[in-house]
Ligand binder design. Structure first.
Ligand code: TXA
Ligand code: MG
Length: 330
């Protein structure tokens, strides 16, 4: 059952407690309703993808109560600070290099070295984010492929029973997602998604903005951008049914394949949510064991093609994809 909370101090405190405990709460921002979870908790983030029925992982926007808090998670440039000063709270998302001490989980950032941050507008949402005191990951609160909700009742139509609560903050003023601006690489800022703040308003402050001709909203998956994804340095072999003594094993389920040099089980109980939450940590761990065990590659046991399994498979397919020999500069 999804609890419907009102935007009163009690309702906001309840919503904050659920989020801090790893639960999911949808809440209104000035753009659309977001499906919020603690961005530092990979299990909460896995639940977001599960609730949305997303066939693949996407990098999520982390939401904050203030620019100061947002800028603890990313390396803010003077331009980023100027844009924040002018447009936050408001419908602008900035993509910046992650700060070395960033606490946002790899699953929320989809393993990228950059992070999308935003301070939304609205008294209730800001009070909520302040009470949570952690980055809150929030994609639009619809099932994958459906229309973004701009009222609490729309959220319930899509997600009733799949999330813990919805904080009813009334209808959204903008009704269209935030503008996503990439400031993560040196040079000209790049528009990744048109949205609530017109590009012209941004250009008045930061000069010409590059606009990719195609692929709005898919930029992180375009070939150039895939290079900045975290991929293990070892070659990855999928759907393994046996494993060699110089391979690291990413196992799944109660029967990890024998003979691997080193094993990381995504979920010994065969739970896909747990597997999603442990995926990036597992890839990093096995990669870190390369020298220790003289590994030549990583083998991955089959993952069921259902629910979050599809998203896990998608991410592993990308990790196993052929890589260019000379990666571009990040
Ligand atoms: O208005 C909004 O932005 C809403 C409300 C809830 O805040 N949120 C939203 O989130 O639209 P979502 O997950 O539906 O869209 C996030 C967009 C996607 O296009 C994603 O690819 C992009 O932001 N994005 C997130 N992190 C990124 C990154 N590190 N680099 C490039 N793009 C990123
Ligand atoms: Mg969306």
């Amino acid at each position: 059952m999804t609890e419907r909370l009102t935007a009163t101090p009690t309702g906001i405190a309840t919503a904050a407690r659920i989020l801090r405990d790893g639960g999911l709460v949808a809440f209104g921002t000035e753009t659309v309703y977001g499906l919020g979870g603690d961005a530092t908790n990979p299990t909460a983030v896995a639940r977001i993808f599960e609730a949305k029925n997303r066939p693949r992982f996407n990098p999520l926007i982390s939401h904050f109560a203030s620019a100061e808090e947002a800028f603890t998670q990313v390396q803010a440039t003077p331009l980023a600070r100027a844009l924040a000063e002018r447009f936050w709270p408001g419908p602008l998302t900035l993509v910046l290099p992650r700060a070395p001490g960033s606490t946002v989980s790899d699953l929320a950032a989809d393993g990228l070295s950059s992070l999308a941050v935003r301070v939304p507008k609205g008294d209730a949402v800001l009070a909520l984010l302040h009470a949570v005191g952690r980055p809150v990951a929030a994609p639009s609160a619809n099932r994958s492929g459906r229309i973004s909700p701009s009222e609490a009742s729309h959220v319930l139509e899509e997600l009733d029973g799949r999330i813990d609560a919805v904080l009813d903050t009334g209808p959204c003023a903008v009704g269209l997602e935030s503008t996503v601006l990439d400031l993560s690489s040196p040079g000209r800022p790049c528009l990744l998604r048109p949205g609530g703040v017109p590009v012209e308003a941004l250009e008045a402050l930061c000069g010409p903005i590059a606009r990719p001709e195609t692929g709005f909203d898919v930029a992180p998956l375009s070939p150039g951008r895939m290079l900045s994804h975290y991929a293990p340095s070892l070659p990855v072999r999928l759907n393994a049914t046996s494993v060699g003594p110089q391979e690291g094993l990413l196992a799944f389920g109660p029967h990890p394949l024998p003979d691997a040099a080193v094993t990381w089980n995504l979920s010994s109980e065969g739970n896909l949510e747990e597997a999603a939450a442990r995926l990036f940590a597992g890839l990093r761990f096995l990669d870190s064991q390369q020298q220790v065990f003289d590994l030549t590659g990583l083998a991955v046991q089959p993952i069921p093609a259902q629910g979050l399994g599809l998203a896990i498979q998608d991410r592993l397919n990308r990790a196993a994809a052929p890589r260019p020999t000379e990666p571009d500069a990040p």
